[in-house]
Ligand binder design. Structure first.
Ligand code: ACO
Length: 428
């Protein structure tokens, strides 16, 4: 006989329902409340503290133990041994590629790095001082205007083509957003480079000067992309899934993910963390600033995480990369870096942060690395978006491949006015 595990929910009026308990491969069991609505009640879980919104076989996080796996592979192993495009293949297809698959995947992505020439005109519509994330939302969304009619989202081959287009074009658009903001001419992609080299080339080359990528710095950015590639059902990924659940165009869905990522509580944290360091300005002001955090005047940006209540494993890798990059560039005595290290040490030993399990997250260190690489602060979240694009596409693709897919539609606890009759304006 099947060992069916159930949780029984009994309401205060005596009615009860048995709810199946479902186990995943890893992680906590979930109670399947699918049929709860039949009792005429719903659960209330704003901000999804205790609610799984979908099944997924892509990424696993254990926030208490500080674990992050992509398709079962620990993030530390991927960051040390893999490269970004291989990680993209893994996230999208579920398995690491063999040598032939790896080469043909790179070729496919590379053949999509150029954007339609018409797209360059979009940039002229933005003010030069527009935030690059605003430009990203607009221009990535505009891809849907170029690739809508030819796209059948229920056809796996069409979905694959969209994935290749997004992987190829998002770095090009990101670099164009930077060049436009800075007032430099656009630099076209060069496919002789690796994915990450090509991005750095489009960012830093000018028609007047050739850019020769430094392998150590390329490796650092490669790691940033790998570490940010996916993070299961975070705010931006859930946004992409919810938008996609209606059958919307994938480029528009990814643009919605970029919009959600922009917020300072999510991907905007690396920019906010750097701005915070600049605001503190000097090591002598760290103690005073930390006191302000404890008095709840503001938050320590780059600290804390909804899921990790232990050291974020990505932060540990990024911390190491941070030291490597600063050493390579001779920036160990950089004022801001010293300030960041002082802040890190104070926070790691202060009871306020220990009690609340607030550790530095990946964005605390990635901001310092990106700054050392010469990337301007307002491009930090754009870099995050370039890395996360593969996660969004993989999660969207997984959802679209599910024949049982339904439009996402949360319920609510209504707290507004009860029924009332309309009163003509002269009687109000
Ligand atoms: N600085 C100071 N205190 C904090 C911080 C912080 N960064 N984060 C949380 N706290 C405190 C809260 O004030 C609260 O204290 P209380 O219990 O005395 O009221 C407690 O810790 C719990 O905080 P919540 O806001 O309930 O935690 P939640 O899980 O909702 O928030 C979040 C997670 C949004 C990441 C939060 O820690 C934060 O705002 N951090 C700063 C922004 C940041 O770095 N975001 C990047 C996230 S990682 C990423 O997107 C890749």
């Amino acid at each position: 006989m099947e060992n069916k595990r159930v949780a029984t929910l009994t309401l205060d009026d005596g009615r009860s329902i048995e709810l199946p308990i479902v186990s995943g491969t890893l992680g906590p069991d979930v109670i399947d409340i699918h049929n709860l609505g039949k009792l005429g009640v719903f659960t209330y879980d704003p901000a999804f503290f205790s609610t799984a919104s979908c099944t997924s076989a892509i990424t696993f996080i254990d926030g208490d133990a500080g674990l992050l796996y992509y398709r079962g592979y620990p993030i530390e192993q991927l960051a040390a041994q893999s490269d970004f495009l291989e990680v993209c293949y893994l996230l999208l297809n579920g398995q690491l590629p063999d040598a032939g698959q790896k080469a043909s995947f790179k070729k496919k992505v590379t053949s999509h790095t150029m954007v339609h020439d018409q797209m360059a005109k979009f940039f002229n519509g933005f003010r030069r001082d527009a935030h690059p994330m605003a430009v990203m939302v607009g221009v990535v969304g505009a891809l849907s205007a170029f690739y809508h009619d030819s796209l059948d989202i229920n056809n796996p081959e069409h979905r694959d083509l969209s994935a290749m287009r997004l992987l190829g074009k998002v770095p090009t658009i990101a670099a164009m957003a930077y060049k436009y903001h800075a007032g430099f001419p656009f630099i076209y992609p060069k496919n002789k480079f690796s994915y990450v080299e090509n991005f750095m080339y489009m960012m830093f080359a000018t028609p007047a000067e050739e850019y020769v990528p430094n392998p150590k710095l390329v490796r650092a950015l490669e790691r940033i992309f790998i570490l940010h590639a996916d993070h299961e059902q975070n705010a931006s990924t859930s946004t992409v899934r919810l938008a996609g659940s209606s059958g919307a165009n994938p480029f528009a869905c990814i643009a919605s993910g970029i919009a959600a990522l922009w917020g300072p509580a999510h991907g905007g944290a690396n920019e906010a963390a750097l701005n915070m360091l600049e605001e503190i300005g000097d090591v002598s002001r760290v103690a005073e600033y930390v006191q302000g955090v404890k008095d709840k005047k503001y938050r320590l940006m780059g600290f804390g995480h909804r899921v990790y209540k232990n050291m974020d494993p990505r932060a540990a890798v990024m911390r190491e990369t941070c030291y490597e990059v600063l050493q390579e560039l001779g920036l160990e005595n950089d004022k801001l870096f010293k300030l960041a290290m002082e802040l890190e040490q104070i926070a790691l030993h202060d009871p306020y942060f220990i009690e609340r399990k607030l550790y530095p997250n990946v964005d605390f260190y990635s901001g310092i690395v990106l700054r050392a690489l010469g990337i301007p602060t307002n491009m930090f979240t754009v870099i995050f978006a370039v890395g996360r694009t593969i996660g969004w596409i993989s999660q969207w693709n997984e959802m679209m491949a599910d024949s049982d897919r339904k439009i996402g539609r949360p319920r609510q606890l209504y707290l507004g006015a009860d029924r009332r009759d309309y009163i003509p304006v002269e009687q109000r």
